[in-house]
Design a protein around this ligand. Structure first.
Ligand code: GRG
Length: 286
């Protein structure tokens, strides 16, 4: 795969630059956000955002604010997902989870702050990033939908609802399509918007993200099954592995990746890097 360290470095630097700043009694609050944001994340969603922007004729830098806003939302979802009332995971991105480090109430606040700040970043894209105001408004609408009740939150609701219950294949697909694909879709669609792509480009990005997200979640479940702490097992969660077994789940991850890659054909040669990223995610080890 092509080396994406240049793009990742841009994302890392912008994330740091966009962190809220506080002093005095509040000085610790931004550092709680920074703790979860910095170090260890693969930056898949923001990278897809930059690459989709390029794919439709924009420059990576045009999509940087949008990319970071999606990563702020993603990081909030991880902090909340790790809480004792959710998945109860004590490690995240190779270090103690936010609630282990700062306590449960502060972790809740850190997640809330990241969520709120993400929408401020979309407005700053216009005010200080030179992004067209109409693109920013469209991005606000897309991100709130995709991260909201009919998006990521809805998926998490189903995930909790089906704890201790076997979900069938249809429920599982819906759950993962919401919980995981929707935020990946946010990265992809916001990239197309930033790059000035057409409505047809946005449709292609959505179809790609749906399939990539399912493949991504199956791979995540496979990695969790092989890891030391399997919170899916502890929480009695339904996954493609509990439903179909490891071998069939791995085949399904391949199938959804191939479908995702196929959805990019309409972009022509411009989508080569995106195809490369989708394929590489299938072979990831974390
Ligand atoms: C509102 C209290 C409250 C909770 C919301 C929305 C939510 C909790 C959780 C979202 C669901 C979730 C965490 C889905 C998992 C998606 C997934 C596979 C995450 C891992 O993503 P990676 O591998 O992580 O990209 P890194 O660390 O590399 O960024």
């Amino acid at each position: 795969m092509k080396d994406h360290s240049g793009s990742i470095n841009k994302i890392e630097n912008k994330i740091r630059e966009l962190l809220p700043v506080s002093t005095g009694e509040l000085a610790r609050v931004p550092s709680m956000l920074a703790y979860s944001l910095e170090g260890g994340g693969k930056r898949v969603r923001p990278l897809l955002c930059l690459k989709f922007c390029e794919c439709v004729g924009g420059k990576e830098d045009d999509a940087l604010y949008f990319a970071c806003a999606v990563e702020f939302i993603h990081t909030y979802s991880l902090i909340h997902d790790d809480l004792p009332c959710m998945d109860n995971d004590s490690m995240r991105r190779g270090k103690p989870s936010s609630h282990i480090k700062f306590g449960e109430a502060n972790a809740l606040l850190a997640g809330d702050a990241l969520l709120t700040h993400a929408f401020g970043i979309l407005s700053r894209a216009c005010r200080e990033g030179g992004v067209d105001a109409c693109k920013c408004i469209r991005a606000v609408g897309e991100l709130s939908e995709l991260a909201g009740v009919n998006g990521m939150i809805g998926g998490q609701y189903l995930d909790l609802k089906y704890e201790n219950k076997q979900a069938d294949a249809d429920v599982l697909f819906t759950m993962d399509a919401l919980k995981t694909s929707k935020l990946i879709e946010a990265g992809c669609v916001l990239g197309v918007i930033a790059g000035g792509g057409s409505e047809e480009d946005i449709c292609r990005a959505r179809a790609f993200a749906l399939n990539l997200g399912i493949a991504f979640q199956i791979k995540d479940d496979l990695l969790e099954t092989d890891g030391a702490d399997n919170s899916d097992e502890i929480n009695n969660k339904s996954t493609y592995i509990t439903l179909f077994g490891k071998e069939r789940a791995a085949e399904l991850a391949e199938k959804y990746t191939a479908t995702a890659i196929g959805e990019l054909d309409g972009f022509g040669e411009q989508s080569a890097e995106l195809k490369d990223i989708a394929f590489a995610l299938l072979g990831r080890t974390k």
